[in-house]
Design a protein around this ligand. Sequence first.
Ligand code: GAL
Length: 819
Amino acid sequence: MVSLRFLLCFLFVSSAYATIVSHDGRAITIDGHRRVLLSGSIHYPRSTPEMWPDLIKKGKEGGLDAIETYVFWNAHEPTRRQYDFSGKLDLIRFLKTIQDEGLYGVLRIGPYACAEWNYGGFPVWLHNMPGMVFRTTNKSFMDEMQNFTTMIVDMVKKEKLFASQGGPIILAQIENEYGNVMGPYGESGKAYIKWCANMAQSLDVGVPWIMCQQNDAPQPMLNTCNGFYCDNFVPNNPNTPKMWTENWTGWFKQWGGKNPHRTTEDVAFSVARFFQRGGTFNNYYMYHGGTNFDRTAGGPYITTSYDYDSPLDEYGNLNQPKYGHLKQLHDVLHSMERTLTYGNISTIDFGNSASATIYKTEEGSSCFFGNGNEKSDATISFQGESYVVPAWSVTILPDCKNEAYNTAKITTQTSMMVKKPNEAEDTPSTLKWSWRPENVDNFILKGKGDSTQTQLFDQKVVTNDQSDYLWYMTTVKFKKRDLFLGKSMSLRVNSTAHALHAFVNGKHIGNQHAENGKFNYVFEKDVKFKSGRNVIALLSITVGLANYGAFFESKPAGITGPIFITGRNGDETIVKDLSAHKWSYKTGLNGFENQFFRTESMSKWSVESVPFNRSMTWYKATFKAPLGNDPVVVDLMGLGKGTAWVNGNNIGRFWPAFISSENGCDAKCNYRGAYHAEKCLTNCGEPTQRWYHVPRSFLNGEGDNTLVLFEEMGGNPSLVSFQTTRVGSVCANVYENKIIELSCDRKPISAVKFASFGNPYGNCGSFEKGTCESSNNTVDILTQECVGKEKCSIDVSTKKFGEPDCSGAARKLAVEVIC
Ligand code: GAL
C-alpha cells in the first residue's frame, strides 16, 4: 500500500516537473501534443528588467507561445573569467519572467549571436588570445566556447529552467547561421559544425538543439530557416519539423541610413504562407527590438535604436497595426492547431501563383488560399463557392468555408505615435547647462601615451575594446634645412578608423568618418610642419565592431596605415613613411576614466560661457522626470556625435549630425512583391537618429536627474529636451460587416477628428471623403460611442451608419480619433 502511494506520488511529481519536448517531421510535440508555435525575439539587455514583465505580457497578449533570446557572451564575460549577470544582464531573471507569464522560452546560446551586437557577441579579449581563429577547429576557441556554453547551460539547469526540468525552455541553439559563411572555412568548418553538435549534445539539456541556416546540421540538431520568407525551406532531415527561427519583422538601422519599414501585410503574408506550406514554428526577429545601450551596438555603425519596426516599438508601445494584425493571425492559426499538425495535406494549384492547401483530419478540415502574384487578385472556386484572394495575400478558412482572415485586409487600428514636451512641474523649457573641456593636452601637445611600439596596431588589439577611443601619437623632427620644410606639405592617413580626429602640434587639422559603409578611406590634409619637434596625434574612434561574415573578427579597426607626410615642390614629391615610427598609444579619454558622467562629480564644471560647436566637450544639465508613465526620450537635435548618460546610466552613442541622404524613400510603399531592406524606407534627409530612449527606471521620479553629454565633434545643446512618447491618434479604415476596436492604449479617446462611411480614401492623418457618404452623422455616432472611453468596439454596418449609395461597391468606414 505504502509503496503504491509512493509510486503514485512519484509519478505525479515527475509529470508535474518535467515537460517532454520531442519532434517529428510535422511539428514540435510538447507533452504529447503537436503544436503550432508562435514565438518572438526580445533580447534582455536591449531593455531593462523593469520593462521585461510588460514586454513579455504584451507578447502573450499578442498571441505568442514563446519568447526567444540570444545570450550575449561579451556582455557576460567582459574580462576573461570575470562574469556579469547584473541588471539588464540578469538572464535568469529574464527567463523566470517568461516562465511567470506562462510562456515558453527559446534560448539561443550561440555563443556567436550576430544580432547587430558589438562584435557579434564575442569578447575582444578572445580575439587577442595567441593563435586565435573564431568559429573553426581552433583549440583555444573551442575551449573558450565550450567553457562559456557549459557555464550558461549549468546556470539554467541549476534554476531548473529547461522544459525537461519543468521549466519554460523548449529549444536551445548552438552557433548561428554558420551555414551562410562556412565556405571559406573549408574542411575545418565542416569539422567544427560536427564538434558544435557533439559538444551541445553532451550538455544533456533534455530539449532539442537547433542550428539555424545549417543545411548540413548533424543529427539530432534541427536545422531551421532565417529570412524574410521561409515557405520554400525544406529541413535536411524528414524528421525535422519546418521551423523558422528568424522572420525579420523589419530591419536594423545604420548611422547615415534611413528608417526601414516592413509592411504589416507582408509580414502576415510570409507567416500565413509558411503555415500554408507545412511550417510549425515561427519566431519573429524582432518582436521587441529595443535599444543598444552603452557600447553594445555592433556594425560598424549600428544605431543606438534597435527598433527594427517590430510589433512592439523601441519603447515597448504597440506598433499598430502590426501588433494587432499578427495577433489575429496567431489566434486563427492556434484555432487550427490540430488540423495543421495532424491533418492530411492536399494542395490544388490554380496557376498564376494561386493555390489552395487543405489540411484534413477526421474531425474537420482547414484551408489556406494563397495568391503569390504581385499584381493580380485571384478568384478561387472551391467546393462550389468562389473566393477573391487579393494579390500577394493568403486567406485562411479554419473550416474551409468561411474566410476568417486575409493577410492583406487589415481590420486593426493604426496608431500614430507623438512626442509630448516634458510636463514635469517647474521644468523650464530649456535646460541650464554647465560644461567642461575634455583635457587632451597631454596627447595633442606632448604626444604622450601609456605604451610605445614601432608599429601601427589594430585598435582592438590595443584597447581590448574597453573604449571607443584610441590615441595614436608620434613625433617627427625636421632639421632647419630639411628638404620637406617650406614645401606644400600634407599628412596622409590610410584609415580604417570609423571616425578620426587629427591634431598637429596641438591644432585640430580635421576629422573624417567612414561614409556609405566604406570603412577604408584616406584622410589627407595640408599641414604646416615646423623645424624641430612636431607632434602628430590621431584619435581613432570605433562605432561598433563588425558582427557578421566569415572571419569578421579580423576586419580591421583603427588606423592600420600606412601614414605618410608628403611634401610637394612643383613636380617633385617627397614622401616620408611614418608607419614604422615610434607610436605612442593611449586607450580611452580622460573624462571617461574620471567618470565625468557620474552625478556626484560636480567640481570643475562651469556655467559661464557655455560653448557651442566646440569639439571634445562635456555638457551637464539637471531636469525633472516627465510626469506619468509614458516612455521617455531625449531629443538630441543640434548635437554632433558622442555619448549620453542619464544619472550615470549610459543611454548609448548619439550622432544626430549624421543626416541620411535625400533620396530612396518611398512613403507610398507597396506591400505587394518581395520585401528587401531597401524597400519602404522613410526619414530621408533627416538625422538617422534624433531621439534616444531613457528608460523610466533610469530616472528619479521625484527630485533631480542629471543628463551628461560628451560631444566629440561640436554641437549646440540648447535645443536638447526631454519628451514622452505616446499614441497621438488612432485610425481605422475597414469594409462593412467587420468589427473594429479603437483603443488609445490606456488613455481616454478625446475627440473624433474624421469619420466617413461610404468610399473615403487616403491614409491615417489625411483621410478624405469620397464620392458617396452616408447621410447619418458618422462623427456624432462615433463621438457617442467612443469619446471619454479608453477603447470602443464598432460594428461597421449599414444598420449603424446608414446606407450610402456607392453604386454597388463595398462600403468602408474611415475614422481617426484623437487620444
Ligand atoms: C541574421 C542573424 C541575426 C541578425 C539578422 C539581421 O543573419 O542571425 O542575428 O543579425 O541577421 O537583423
